[in-house]
Design a protein around this ligand. Structure first.
Ligand SMILES: N[C@@H](CCC(=O)N[C@@H](CS)C(=O)NCC(=O)O)C(=O)O
Length: 219
């Protein structure tokens, strides 16, 4: 099957899609696109010029949630979505929560300022980072920690796309030099350790960290 995934390693949405495909054993070709400087014709693949984009023969589709849902239908083996309608709704809720709420705070505030800004020669806005760490992130983590009480995964015992989406945003938090405080959020910290030990995440963290640690701004 001819599947091409356009993206960059440090994007949480691309990493989420890659880990999803690796967990399901779906072979694909990874094509690098710098989201800060995409090629001119990338707009033909995604009018929003965002990564990830999946190309499947002459079909092209963007957005990690949309791509993963499509791939789940194409490759139903090793399911990463629940079958019960209510569980499906909860799974979508957690996935959106990770992509949007943690995306804005952990990735676009902490990671972007501490890693991407120095990389593109701009100053890190440490006030924005501290505001996210002290004000925006704790209630989000408190909610997730409570939801994970007595469970290995957000939906219970089955790992789903929601767990992958959450863990991927927390890789970016880690690249930003921060981690989930296990004394405050023990269930979320345990979930993060479990997810980051999966081969797809472990390899990505190892490879990406070598680069990230050279550029990260000091708090
Ligand atoms: N909801 C989208 C978010 C994708 C996204 O924001 N990607 C970022 C990279 S992390 C991007 O391409 N940014 C470039 C831009 O917005 O111009 C998804 O899940 O795929």
């Amino acid at each position: 099957m001819d599947l091409k995934l356009y993206g960059a390693a440090l994007s949480p949405f691309v990493r989420k899609t890659r880990v999803f495909m690796q967990e399901k054993g779906i072979p694909f070709e990874a094509i690098h696109i710098d989201p800060n400087n995409p090629p001119e014709d990338f707009v033909k693949l995604n009018p929003l010029k965002r990564i990830p984009v999946l190309q499947h023969g002459d079909r092209v589709i963007a957005d990690s949630a949309v791509i993963c849902r499509y791939l789940e239908s194409l490759f139903p083996e090793t399911p990463l979505y629940p079958t019960d309608p209510w569980d499906q709704a909860r799974c979508s809720w957690y996935e959106k929560f990770a992509d949007y709420e943690l995306g804005v705070t952990c990735t676009f505030s902490v990671f972007r300022n501490r890693v991407i800004m120095p990389l593109i020669g701009k100053p890190c806005d440490e006030d924005r980072v501290q505001k996210a760490l002290r004000t925006s992130i704790p209630p989000l983590f408190a909610y997730l920690d409570q939801e994970l009480t007595g469970k290995n995964y957000l939906l219970g015992e089955q790992m789903t796309i929601a767990d992958i989406a959450l863990a991927s945003q927390l890789v970016n938090l880690r690249h930003g030099g921060e981690m989930v405080d296990a004394s405050q959020f023990p269930n979320l910290a345990a979930h993060t350790s479990r997810m980051h030990a999966l081969p797809g995440f472990a390899k990505a963290i190892e490879k990406e960290s070598v680069f990230v640690e050279k550029v990260r701004a000091k708090p």
